[in-house]
Design a protein around this ligand. Structure first.
Ligand SMILES: [Zn+2]
Ligand SMILES: [Zn+2]
Ligand SMILES: [Zn+2]
Length: 146
């Protein structure tokens, strides 16, 4: 997730906690609901249109072009996002910081700091199929990170 997206998410969480609509920041007139009535209307309209567009013509939401791969964005947008991510990771590595959060310095020779390494490990275990024996997987991961 990008820093901007993270900031947006924090902002929305703060607004929500303050009883405001996370989208527009106005008082939420529908307590217990995510959006205020105005935004809920817009949002429903938007997501309904967005969804049907995507299903029918498979449009990339980032550039508006054809969605030519399985996933959220098209091939060229996905490549751009990946390149940007790689750049950030490279910068973190140059600074000797964790390549996932860019905050904590990882152990010598490791890519990620302790909490991020743990998260990565859990994520990988979740996505790994049942065909891979988990004990094998564990020893491999430990070997890579130490
Ligand atoms: Zn609102
Ligand atoms: Zn695109
Ligand atoms: Zn980290």
């Amino acid at each position: 997730m990008t820093n901007a997206a993270k900031m947006m998410r924090n902002l929305r969480a703060e607004r929500r906690a303050a009883g405001l609509c996370p989208y527009c920041g106005e008082t939420n007139d529908r307590p217990g609901k995510y959006y205020c009535s105005k935004c809920a209307e817009h949002h429903n309209e938007y997501s309904a249109r967005f969804k049907s567009d995507r299903v029918v013509s498979r449009i990339c939401p980032r550039c508006g072009g054809e969605l030519d791969r399985e996933g959220f964005t098209c091939i060229s947008c996905n490549a751009k996002v990946r390149a940007a991510t790689a750049k950030i990771k490279y910068r973190y590595r140059e600074q000797g910081l964790c390549q996932a959060c860019g905050k904590n310095p990882p152990k010598t020779g490791a890519k990620y700091c302790a909490p991020c390494a743990l998260r990565e490990q859990l994520r990988r275990r979740k996505t790994a199929g049942t065909t891979v024996s988990s004990t094998n997987n564990d020893s491999k991961l430990v070997g890579q990170q130490s």
